[in-house]
Design a protein around this ligand. Structure first.
Ligand code: ZN
Ligand code: ZN
Length: 339
């Protein structure tokens, strides 16, 4: 499924085109995967609508990829033919800058993203350097594993960046693929932490309560108590204000969104220093994902039995899955299943 140009999803209902391109040939340190499953992420909408545009068109999107190694370069040592492997948003980094050498390859100035800066997993085949591929615990099927590579791994990074301790209260603003995994992860890592959800749709709120949130309200509602940290996964601005208002003194808001949409930006003019920022409240963003996040999260998820709730689509139904995501028809994670 090829992305050939930027488009406006209010008008364009088929942003990706089902096409035939040559099978990729792996370089010396690359593996070739036959893709079995690829997760659908909100970031694909940001690419299609031009908020984080691919540098070159056409490109195959998709950065939550699970497949089987069917070919490999001469220097590959970590994978053999037939192995299962996964690929995340981090496709490449320089390996030598101050960020890379400290495990912050997500911040590398040479950071390359799967499915934006290189062909990704909305295809039958994709290639990747072996150092940017991961073994997958047996515990997960291909389609269960796919959303762990972005929704899960970035959720894991977001939760770590909140700095919360067991027993401190946690809020989640927006309740899509990533937040539903963060809720499961938080319940495992911080069993005494109360998790509260702010979500626009009633279905998302009901789903959150089903998964163990103790309270679920609309975005803009006041939670029954102030929160130590909140993770915002929405694509817009107003939730930043409503989240800040719901924080305790010293609380931290972590924004897990690669880009925000411009539609409601004027809302920021109602920023009110005493309510939103005073009392040492903090704002931090989550950028990309480090390789360490992916590897650690896969292991924790397998050990804790954290599996995503999945909605499955065929590869050719990618446009439908993306439009549903745009219209927030979401329950858990959407995955293209190829086998
Ligand atoms: Zn993603
Ligand atoms: Zn680097």
């Amino acid at each position: 499924m090829l992305l050939k140009q930027i488009s406006d999803l209010r008008e364009e209902k088929k942003p990706l085109e089902f096409s035939d391109i040559p099978e990729p040939v792996p370089g010396p340190n690359e593996i070739l995967l036959k893709v079995n499953a690829c997760g659908v992420c909100h970031t694909e909408l940001d690419e299609i609508e031009g908020r984080t545009p691919p540098p070159v068109f056409p490109v195959v999107p998709g950065h939550q990829v699970v497949g089987q190694v069917v070919d490999k370069g001469t220097d590959v040592t970590m994978f053999k033919i037939g192995d299962r492997a996964g690929v995340a948003w981090i496709f490449a980094s320089c390996g030598t800058c101050e960020f890379c050498v400290n495990g912050l390859d997500n911040l590398c100035p040479e950071f390359k993203a799967t499915g934006r800066d290189a062909h990704g997993g909305y295809a039958e085949y994709m290639k990747v350097q072996e150092g940017f591929a991961y073994q997958i615990p047996e515990y997960f099927s291909d389609y269960e594993a796919a959303p762990l590579f972005c929704a899960g791994a970035i959720g894991y990074r977001s939760l770590a960046l909140t700095n919360i301790q067991n027993g401190q209260t946690l809020g989640l603003t927006g309740f899509g693929a990533s937040a539903h995994l963060v809720l499961k992860l938080a319940r495992h890592l911080f069993p005494e932490t109360k998790v509260m959800i702010f979500a626009r749709s009633e279905e998302e709120r009901a789903f959150a309560l089903e998964l163990g949130a103790i309270w679920a309200g609309d975005i803009g509602d006041n939670a029954p108590e102030k929160l130590s940290a909140i993770i915002d996964t929405t694509p817009v601005w107003r939730p930043i204000l409503t989240s800040l208002e719901n924080l305790k003194p010293g609380g931290r808001l972590v924004i897990n969104a690669i880009r925000k949409e411009e539609v409601d930006k004027p809302q920021l003019l109602s920023l009110h220093y005493p309510d939103h920022l005073w009392m040492e409240k903090e704002i931090k963003t989550v950028a990309n994902v480090a390789r360490r996040d992916v590897a650690e999260f896969l292991e924790i998820a397998a050990r804790a039995g954290i599996k995503p709730q999945i909605q499955q689509y065929a590869l050719q139904e990618a446009n439908q899955a993306l439009l549903e995501l745009k219209n927030r028809e979401i329950k858990g994670a959407k995955v293209l299943v190829l086998s």
